[in-house]
Design a protein around this ligand. Sequence first.
Ligand code: ACO
Length: 326
Amino acid sequence: TNGVTIIGSGSAIATQVISNDDLTKIVDTSDDWIRSRTGIEQRRVATSTTLSELAAEAGQKAIAHAGLTPLDIDLIILATSTPDDLFGSAAQVQSLMGATRAVAFDLTAACSGFVFSLVTASQFIRTGVYQNVLVIGADFLSRWVDWGDRTTCILFGDGAGAVVCQGNPEKDHLLGFEMCSNGALNNNLNLSYQGNLQDIGEDKQINHGGFQNITMNGREVYRFAVNKVPEVIEKALFRANLTTGDVDWLILHQANKRIIDAVANRLKISPEKVISNLENYGNTSAASIPLALDEALKEGKIKSGDIIAVSGFGAGLSWGASIFRW
Ligand code: ACO
């Protein structure tokens, strides 16, 4: 079977910055409360680009960084829970990038979407079906936040990040992974459809409702993340025949600084090895890991050969980890 390598990354950010102080004008909150409870200082909100456009921009940068052209890409997986179109946005992204040889589909797994997509991509590569796979994580949660709910609107932001995975007969850099979900905990974090039955006569009805804003039980999500994320990273490391001592960089889904600190602490991974850019972007859902990875790469932090542990967690509930070598 083919090995899997990650050969390029890219990201794209929404232009409009919303500071914590800006939020004090719409809800009863403060910069101090938001910083101390979450670590977030500002977030970005897309007002003039579609999700497909931002995802395509991140994808194009990743392809260029990998030294490829869009025509080299065989498969595009778009991890998103906030597509421009509920039928899927991946094909639109493919078209915007001119990746006309590629097949494209969406993968919905909330904040675990990037990790789940990376693992999915690797299966197609290992079997030799596809050689170059573009994985994009992009979310515009600003579209679905209740901007009058101070318990959630302070957390989220919009963004996109991408990596290019490539088959390699000699090297395998995707060292281990583990993915989990538990629908019994689903009601802790939702962006759900609510039906509305309408009579159409003859004792028949249609169900024509709509999607509700994000609802969240913050304390339960916090508890879940702090318990399950260290566990899933340890399992993925075990599969890779590694231990936490081998990890050069820890990149968690950027949900909350307190979650990141608590997970690193439980794993006894020192703060210098933790990559975080949460203060600038808030929680960008499926985009947060590739966005943080891309920034760290472009800053020159991550060196060739470094072992990186990534973990996504969120709605579903779902969580997962992947260990790879850069
Ligand atoms: N500003 C000021 N006060 C606030 C705000 C706010 N923005 N939000 C809540 N409060 C108040 C509450 O009303 C409460 O007041 P009360 O004690 O009078 O009732 C008080 O602050 C404390 O509220 P808690 O909810 O207990 O605060 P907590 O310390 O738990 O922090 C937080 C809340 C930040 C949401 C935390 O629970 C958390 O980060 N949870 C994880 C959430 C998360 O990461 N979700 C995303 C997962 S990823 C995905 O899939 C989308």
